[in-house]
Design a protein around this ligand. Structure first.
Ligand code: MTE
Ligand code: HPA
Ligand code: MOS
Length: 778
C-alpha cells in the first residue's frame, strides 16, 4: 500500500490532542530561572502618555524588571506593509490596552500584582471608533484602491431598474483556543530562540531582530503547532514574541508570555467590520447591468494587513457572478481600535456578502426567486467568464455546481413548502437560499507565493520533512506526509513532518491564504524528486551489477510498495531502507531542499488588472432557517454544501475544514457581535459575552458533498485549497434569513445587517411591519 494521497489518514496530532501529549507553548516545562512576562496597556483609546510610574511594581518581591519603549535597543516600530506598528506605545497611545510597559517576574503572582500597580497617565483625546466617524474626519490608512471595468455610470443610468443602499458587516474575533503565546531562550553570541504560536515564523524572526537590534541570523523562531489561529496569528503573534525576546535579552533568562483570553480579545485585531455603499442596475430577468460598490473597512490604529485585506475584498466583490460593468473602490479607515487583521477569508467574505445581499434585494424587488437571479448572473464557461480585474475564470464549474446542488437539496419543492408554511404560520417564518463561492487561491502579494522544504532521508528508509508551513489544526502536516510518502512509495508512517523552524526553512511565507499545502507540499515533492533522481541512478548501477546482462538505466527504476526494482526484471527488488543504506555507503546525498514558486500569477495594483490567482476553489450552499416572529430567535434547519476541492489529498481532514469553516462562518453571519463602549473598550471580551456557535447551533440536517473534479492538474496532486473557502458558504444562512424576512412584508425593502442576530432580526421585522413602501431609485 503506497498510495496514501486521497486517503483519510488521521491528523498527525489527533491522539496527542485528546491525550494532552501534543504540547502547546504553555505546556513546555519551565527552564531553570524562567521569567513570567506580561504587560500593562493604555488606559485610553487615544491620547498622549504623560507619566509612566513603575516604582511600586519594582518594589514587589519577585519583580525582576519593567521595560518601556525607551528600553528597546533596536527599532520600536515594525510592520508587514507599512512600518507603523509600535512594539510598545511611545508617547502616543492608539487603542485601549495597547502595550506600554512589559513586566518580568519570578512568579505569576508577582506579575499579576505588578500589573495592578503600574501607573500610566494619559492626556486623553476623543477617539475615533467607527467607520462613519473616520469618514467624517477623513482618516484613512493608505490610498484608495480601485478595480473597475466597463461603463458603470452610463449603464446605471439606462438600466430598467435600479437599487441602492448601505450594507454593514460586523467584525469577528478569531477565537483560537490557544491565546497568543511565546517563550524566548537566550543563547550565545546574542542569539535568541523564540518558540511562538505563530502562522509566520519568518516574520517573528524579523520583528524580534528589528526591535532587539539583532541580525536575522541571531534569531531562530520555532513553531511546533498552534491551538488554532484563523488568521489571528499571521501578523499579531509579533508583540507577545517580542516581549519574551526583550526580557530574555535584558535578563539572560528564558521568558514566557501567555496572554489570557480576555487580554487577547481586548488587545489583538479581528476581522474588519465593513460599511459598503452599493448601487446596482438590472433588467427584468434580474441580470445585473452595472454595479458600483464603495467599501470602507474599520482598519484599527495601524496598517497591519488591512490594505491586503481590502485588496482581497475588491477581488471577491464579484463572487460567482459576471458583472460586465463594475466599479469597486475601497478605503481602510483609521480608528482607535486594535489593528484589525487577517481572519479566514481575508476580506473575501466582506466583499462577497455585499453581492449576495444585492442579489437577494434584486429578487425581492422583482418578486422572483433569488436562485433565478443568481443563475442569470453566474460566470459562464466560454463567455461571460472574465472577472472585472481581467482574470479568466478557467475550468469554471459554477453552473454545474448550482444545478446539482439545487437538485440534491430539493430546492424547488422546499421553496413551495416554505411558501405554504409562511402563508399559514403566524408564529414563525422560514427562509431558503442558495449562495455560491469562488475563492481565489494565491497570496495577492505575489512574492509570498513561494515555499521551501527540507527532506532528510535516513538509512532505515524513514524520512523527516520540514517546511515553512505551520500546523494550526488544519492538517497541513498529514497532507505533506502523504505527498512525501507517495513520492518514495513508502508507508506514511515512515515519514514525519517536523516542527517549523527558521533554522531549517528560511524566508518563508506565512501559513495563510489557504495555500500552504499548495506551496510547501509542492516544494517537498520537488525535494523528494531530487533525492529520487539520485537514488534512481544509484539503484540502476546497483541492480545492474547484481544481475548479469542488464545495462544500468535509471529510467527503468521503479519505486513501489517500499521497494525499488528495475522494470526489466521486476522480481529482483531491494527494500527502500536497504537501498538508502547502500546509497549512503557509496556517498550518495540523501537530503535535499525543494523550492516552489507559483507560476503564471501577476497582478498590477495600480491598474487593478491581472491574474492574481493560480485557480479558484468553488462551491455552493443551500440553507434553510426558521425565525420566531416574536423574539427574532433563528435556527438553521438544514444546510447542503457542495464544494469543488479537486482531488482531495485527505478527504477526512478536508471535511473537517469544510464543516468547521462553515460553522465559523455561521457565527460571523448570525451570532458574533463585538460591542465597544464610547471609550473604545471592548465589552464582549470573553466567552460569556461573545457568542461563538455552540453544538446546539449546528444545523439539524447537515449534508456535505465534494464535487468530483480532477481538472486542477497544475496544482500539487490535482488538489485544491480548502482552508478558507467553506467559511463563505455560510453566507447562505444570512441570505436565507433575509429571504425569510421578505415573507414578513413582501412590499418593503429589507435592510438587514450582518450578523443577523436575534436583535437585528427583531429590529427589521418591527420596521417591516410598520413600513409598506417600496423605495426604488428613480
Ligand atoms: N483550521 C484550523 N483547525 N485552525 C485554524 O487556525 N485557519 C484557517 C484554515 N483552517 C485554521 C484552519 C485559515 S485562516 C487558513 S488561511 C488556513 O487554514 C491555513 O492553512 P492551509 O493553508 O493549510 O489551508
Ligand atoms: N491572504 C492571506 N494572507 C495574506 C494575503 C492573502 O491574500 N496577502 C498577504 N497576507
Ligand atoms: Mo488565513 S486568514 O489566510 O490566515
Amino acid at each position: 500500500m503506497t498510495n496514501s494521497v486521497g486517503k483519510s489518514l488521521p491528523h498527525d496530532a489527533a491522539p496527542g490532542h485528546v491525550t494532552g501529549q501534543a504540547l502547546f507553548i504553555d505546556d513546555f516545562p519551565a527552564m531553570a530561572g524562567e521569567l513570567h512576562v506580561g504587560f500593562v496597556g493604555s488606559p485610553v483609546a487615544s491620547g498622549e502618555i504623560t507619566e509612566i510610574d513603575v516604582q511600586a511594581a519594582l518594589q514587589i518581591p519577585g519583580v525582576v524588571g519593567c521595560y518601556t519603549a525607551a528600553d528597546v535597543s533596536g527599532h520600536n516600530v515594525f510592520g508587514l506593509i507599512v512600518a507603523d506598528d509600535p512594539f510598545l506605545a511611545d508617547g502616543e497611545v492608539l487603542y485601549v490596552g495597547q502595550p506600554v510597559v512589559v513586566i518580568a517576574a519570578e512568579t505569576p503572582e508577582a506579575l499579576a500584582e505588578a500589573r495592578r500597580v503600574v501607573k500610566i497617565e494619559c492626556h486623553a483625546r476623543t477617539p475615533i471608533l467607527t467607520i462613519e466617524h473616520a469618514i467624517r474626519e477623513n482618516r484613512y490608512l493608505g490610498p484608495v484602491r480601485r478595480i473597475a471595468r466597463g461603463k458603470v455610470a452610463e449603464n446605471l443610468a439606462t438600466a430598467p431598474h435600479r437599487l441602492q443602499g448601505t450594507f454593514n458587516s460586523g467584525g469577528q474575533e478569531q477565537f483560537y483556543l490557544e491565546s497568543q503565546a511565546a517563550i524566548a531562550y537566550p543563547g550565545e553570541q546574542g542569539q535568541l530562540v523564540v518558540h511562538s504560536s505563530t502562522q509566520n515564523p519568518t516574520e517573528i524572526q524579523a520583528v524580534v531582530a528589528e526591535v532587539l537590534g539583532l541580525g536575522l541570523h541571531q534569531v531562530v523562531c520555532i513553531c511546533k503547532r498552534m491551538g488554532g489561529a484563523f488568521g489571528g496569528k499571521e501578523s499579531q503573534a509579533a508583540i507577545p514574541a517580542i516581549m519574551a525576546a526583550l526580557v530574555a535579552q535584558k535578563t539572560g533568562r528564558s521568558a514566557r508570555v501567555i496572554y489570557n483570553k480576555d487580554d487577547d480579545m481586548r488587545v489583538t485585531g479581528k476581522r474588519h467590520e465593513y460599511l459598503t455603499r452599493w448601487e446596482v442596475g438590472f433588467n427584468d430577468a434580474g441580470q445585473v447591468l452595472a454595479v458600483r460598490y464603495e467599501f470602507f473597512s474599520n482598519g484599527g490604529a495601524t496598517t497591519d494587513l488591512s490594505p491586503s485585506v481590502m485588496e482581497r475584498t475588491l477581488l471577491h466583490a464579484d463572487n460567482c457572478y459576471y458583472f460586465s460593468n463594475a466599479e469597486f473602490t475601497g478605503k481602510v479607515c483609521f480608528t482607535n481600535l486594535p489593528p484589525n487583521t487577517a481572519f479566514r477569508g481575508f476580506g473575501g467574505p466582506q466583499g462577497m456578502a455585499v453581492t449576495e445581499n444585492v442579489l437577494e434585494s434584486i429578487a425581492e424587488y422583482l418578486g422572483i426567486d433569488a436562485l433565478e437571479v443568481r443563475q442569470a448572473n453566474v460566470y459562464g464557461v466560454d463567455s461571460r467568464n472574465v472577472t472585472p480585474y481581467g482574470q479568466v475564470v478557467d475550468k469554471n464549474h459554477l453552473t454545474e455546481i448550482f444545478t446539482k446542488l439545487a437538485a440534491s437539496s430539493s430546492y424547488k419543492s422546499r421553496r413551495a413548502e416554505i411558501d405554504d408554511f409562511n402563508a399559514k404560520s403566524r408564529l414563525q417564518v422560514r427562509g431558503l437560499a442558495l449562495t455560491g463561492i469562488k475563492f481565489g487561491i494565491s497570496f495577492t502579494t505575489k512574492f509570498l507565493n513561494q515555499g521551501n522544504a527540507l527532506v532528510n532521508v535516513y538509512t532505515d528508509g524513514t524520512v523527516q520533512v520540514s517546511t515553512g508551513a505551520t500546523e494550526m489544526g488544519q492538517g497541513v502536516n498529514v497532507k505533506i506526509r502523504q505527498l512525501v510518502a507517495d513520492e518514495f512509495a513508502i508507508d506514511p508512517h515512515c515519514v514525519l513532518v517536523m516542527a517549523t523552524s527558521t533554522e531549517k526553512n528560511n524566508n518563508t511565507s506565512p501559513t495563510a491564504a489557504s495555500a500552504s499545502t499548495d506551496l510547501n507540499g509542492a516544494a517537498a515533492v520537488i525535494a523528494c524528486q531530487e533525492i529520487k533522481a539520485r537514488l534512481r541512478n544509484f539503484a540502476a548501477e546497483h541492480l545492474a551489477d547484481s544481475e548479469s546482462g542488464l545495462v544500468a538505466s535509471p529510467e527503468h527504476i521503479c519505486f513501489e510498495d517500499g521497494q525499488v526494482y528495475d522494470d526489466r526484471q521486476p522480481r529482483v527488488r531491494v527494500g527502500f531502507g536497504q537501498l538508502c543504506d547502500d546509497a549512503r555507503r557509496e556517498r550518495v546525498d540523501l537530503g535535499a531542499r525543494g523550492f516552489f514558486a507559483t507560476p503564471g500569477i501577476d497582478f498590477n495594483r495600480e491598474t487593478g488588472r491581472g491574474t492574481p490567482f493560480f485557480y479558484f476553489t468553488q462551491g455552493a450552499a443551500v440553507a434553510e432557517v426558521v425565525i420566531d416572529r416574536f423574539t427574532g430567535e433563528m435556527r438553521v434547519l438544514r444546510t447542503d454544501l457542495l464544494i469543488d476541492i479537486g482531488n482531495s489529498i485527505n478527504p477526512g481532514i478536508d471535511r473537517g475544514q469544510i464543516i468547521g469553516g462553515f460553522i465559523q462562518g455561521m457565527g460571523w453571519v448570525t451570532n458574533e457581535c463585538l460591542v465597544y463602549n464610547e471609550r473604545g473598550e471592548l465589552l464582549s471580551h470573553s466567552p460569556t459575552t461573545y457568542k461563538i456557535p455552540a453544538i446546539t447551533d449546528i444545523p439539524q440536517v447537515f449534508n456535505v458533498d465534494l464535487f468530483p473534479n480532477d481538472d486542477n492538474t497544475h496544482n500539487v496532486a490535482s488538489s485544491k485549497a480548502v482552508g478558507e473557502p467553506p467559511l463563505m458558504m455560510a453566507l447562505a444562512v444570512w441570505a436565507a434569513a433575509k429571504n425569510a424576512l421578505s415573507y414578513v412584508n413582501g412590499e418593503a425593502e429589507i435592510d438587514l445587517k450582518l450578523p443577523a442576530t436575534g436583535e437585528e432580526l427583531l429590529r427589521v421585522m418591527t420596521v417591516l411591519s410598520q413600513k409598506p413602501l417600496p423605495a426604488p431609485v428613480s
